[in-house]
Design a protein around this ligand. Structure first.
Ligand SMILES: N[C@@H](CCC(=O)N[C@@H](CSC=O)C(=O)NCC(=O)O)C(=O)O
Length: 289
């Protein structure tokens, strides 16, 4: 039995957003927080669930406050779950020194490096949080889950979807890191958290431990049907600097994958909140099919 503590609750759109915290086994016993939006309709019928994984430097509050997801989620009777982006206070030397590694930068993987042993956001999202939500008895339908995210969280959403065939009905992402085993944020995260060094040449095949978390590679080797929507802004500086590489996904021309590039939009929550109602509607189509 997990000791789930309610931190706050706010009326928003056609439901309530409630923040909880609990000591997480995945994160070495550290306390983690998450927000959950439950539409009013959950009182009469169980509702499907959409996870939102946020990006570097974010918390469980970032997308809840700025993502613009609630009106459509309320209308479509979908619950939203917003986890944190890393453990907090793991006491790893240097974990607060660089916004691209450590606190706020968990990269949604299971760390295999002794130094980063609390950094197990993959286990938290895929195993522990679903169990915690089931136990909390919030009116959620545990046969219908989907997943979305932004940037590092877009990488998380796509890789978690592709690593768990059949578990999620659909995945979507805003400006995701699509090919982390060949782009700087991913290489930095994998080298450190997985303790597997980068290959000596840029053109060499990345290590197999890294590829297990690379959505482009996972998609290439995926045999079933997929439902994936990706939006990227052409005015996004991280896109221009080669951190995102959506071409690694769009060039595969896989059925069930739509990658849309939009003029002018940047990496910010102005971009996300513009397209988030469409993403919620996309997931509703698959969650309610
Ligand atoms: N501090 C950084 C910029 C950090 C940043 O832009 N974070 C993005 C996610 S980037 C990929 O995961 C974000 O979502 N920020 C929160 C927000 O409210 O916009 C820098 O110095 O560039």
């Amino acid at each position: 039995m997990v000791s789930l503590e309610k931190v706050s609750s706010n009326r928003v759109s056609a439901g309530f957003l409630t923040k909880y915290k609990f000591p997480s086994k995945s994160l070495n016993g550290l306390t983690t927080s998450f927000n959950v939006f439950i539409p009013d309709s959950a009182k009469s019928n169980k509702v499907p669930v959409l996870f939102y994984l946020a990006g570097l430097t974010c918390t469980e509050d970032t997308a809840a406050q700025k993502g613009g997801l609630f009106n459509e989620a309320g209308k479509q009777s979908i619950a939203l779950v917003f986890p944190d982006t890393s453990p907090r206070g793991a006491n790893v030397q240097g974990e607060d020194d660089d916004w691209q590694l450590g606190t706020g930068a968990g990269f949604y993987l299971t760390a295999t490096s002794e130094k980063w042993k609390a950094y197990n956001m993959y286990d938290l999202i895929v195993k522990e949080l679903p169990e915690v939500l089931k136990e909390a008895n919030l009116g959620l339908d545990f046969s219908r889950w989907s997943i979305t995210g932004h940037s590092m969280g877009g990488h998380g959403a796509l890789s978690i979807y592709l690593k768990n065939p059949g578990f999620f009905k659909s995945a979507s992402a805003f400006a995701p890191v699509c090919n982390p085993s060949r782009t700087p944020w991913g290489i930095n995260a994998f080298t450190n958290y997985l303790n597997v060094p980068a290959p000596s040449s840029e053109n060499a095949q990345p290590p197999k431990e890294w590829l297990e978390y690379d959505s482009s590679y996972l998609l290439k080797n995926y045999s079933g049907d997929v439902n994936i929507l990706i939006d990227v802004g052409k005015g996004d500086d991280f896109y221009k600097k080669g951190q995102l590489e959506p071409k690694a996904i769009s060039d595969q021309n896989k059925k069930g994958v739509e990658v849309r590039l939009h003029d002018d939009f940047d990496h910010s929550y102005y971009f996300i909140s513009t397209f988030s109602p469409e993403h919620v509607a996309f997931h509703a189509k698959h969650l309610n099919a």
